[in-house]
Design a protein around this ligand. Structure first.
Ligand SMILES: Nc1ncnc2c1ncn2[C@@H]1O[C@H](COP(=O)(O)OP(=O)(O)OP(=O)(O)O)[C@@H](O)[C@H]1O
Length: 303
């Protein structure tokens, strides 16, 4: 069954009618871990705010757990959990007070749903008397997740939960999400980090308010249409310049210590390419087939 159904959802802002969300449609199955993946300003927050009834759409419709986001906003507010990108915590309240506050607002108690947050809460419990404003990014994030979970939501919206969080805490956070999924909670998560996409069941790649592709991360990389090469040389900037000037080039960009490149001819001779690069003054040249990532797929879709 579908937990979230979005049809032609549109949102514009201001007198200039800046289009933030442009005719977006997708659906999320119950119990699914669904990712909205896209850079800053892509429209992720606007979509989440409409689905959590904090913002009215200009067009289209959406249902969460069968409830209309405009007509049935009260039902949605009591059944979903929302962790906004900017922390929602009360900085002057302690960990325990924040959690107690969120439980009370939703007419429940910490004890009633403790089993849902236990795994996460035990990690911050030793500091339960510390004010939220004095916590590290990773601890704030864990507390915010506990607060969003304490009323046992059917659907959880997490807006960029790992932005500004260190790599170890990011990894832990995703492990927590996968465990939560086992509790049959539907999870929608947004992130600008392409490496996190592979941890979702399905993802929507989004840019400038439009969805470019929706599928499982594996299918998205499997349907990459070109042969992708990873190319290394001693000078990255010069390498990119030389690749740009190659008569057969489709696209090239820096990707870690390599450049990723696609060519019109899928059978581009890698040896001939190495010779070409050396003839253009590059040293330490290495050319090999690259493993396609979500980021490569995203870049391809943008072109
Ligand atoms: N209140 C507002 N008034 C005017 N423009 C807005 C407003 N809120 C968002 N926008 C614009 O709408 C577009 C989408 O913003 P949104 O915050 O939904 O994107 P996002 O993908 O969540 O990115 P970010 O991580 O930067 O918040 C951006 O161009 C943004 O500048």
């Amino acid at each position: 069954m579908e937990a979230v159904v979005v049809k032609n959802l549109t949102k514009t802002y201001g007198k200039e009618k800046t289009v933030a969300v442009d005719n977006v449609s997708f659906s999320v199955n119950q119990g699914e871990l669904f990712g909205l993946i896209g850079p800053d300003g892509a429209g992720k927050t606007s979509i989440f705010r409409m689905l959590t009834t904090l913002l009215l759409p200009d067009g289209g419709s959406a249902h969460v757990d069968g409830h209309d986001i405009v007509q049935d906003f009260r039902a949605i507010r009591s059944s979903v959990g929302y962790m906004p990108g900017k922390f929602s915590l009360y900085q002057d309240l302690t960990i325990e007070e924040n959690l107690h506050f969120f439980a009370t607002v939703f007419g429940t108690t910490i004890d009633e749903n403790y089993h849902l947050i236990k795994d996460i809460y035990v990690q911050i419990e030793p500091f339960k008397n510390r004010r939220a404003g004095k916590l590290s990014g990773g601890m704030k994030q864990k507390l915010a997740l506990c607060c969003a979970l304490i009323h046992k939501p059917t659907t959880l919206f997490l807006d960029e939960p790992t932005t500004g969080v260190d790599p170890v805490s990011r990894k832990e956070f995703w492990e927590m999400l996968r465990r939560l999924r086992e509790q049959h909670i539907t999870i929608l998560v947004s992130t600008p980090y392409m490496d996190e996409a592979s941890l979702c069941d399905r993802i929507a790649l989004i840019q400038s308010g439009k969805i470019l592709s929706i599928d499982t991360p594996q299918n998205i990389v499997n349907t990459y249409p070109d042969r992708l090469l990873a190319i290394k040389a001693n000078e990255m900037y010069k390498l990119l310049k030389v690749l740009e000037g190659h008569p057969g080039i489709l696209n090239s960009y820096a990707f870690g210590e390599y450049a990723h490149a696609t060519f019109r001819d899928a059978h581009t001779d890698t040896h001939a390419l190495q010779v070409y690069l050396r003839e253009h003054g590059l040293t330490g040249v290495e050319v090999k087939d690259a493993e396609v990532t979500i980021e490569d797929s995203f870049i391809k879709l943008l072109h």
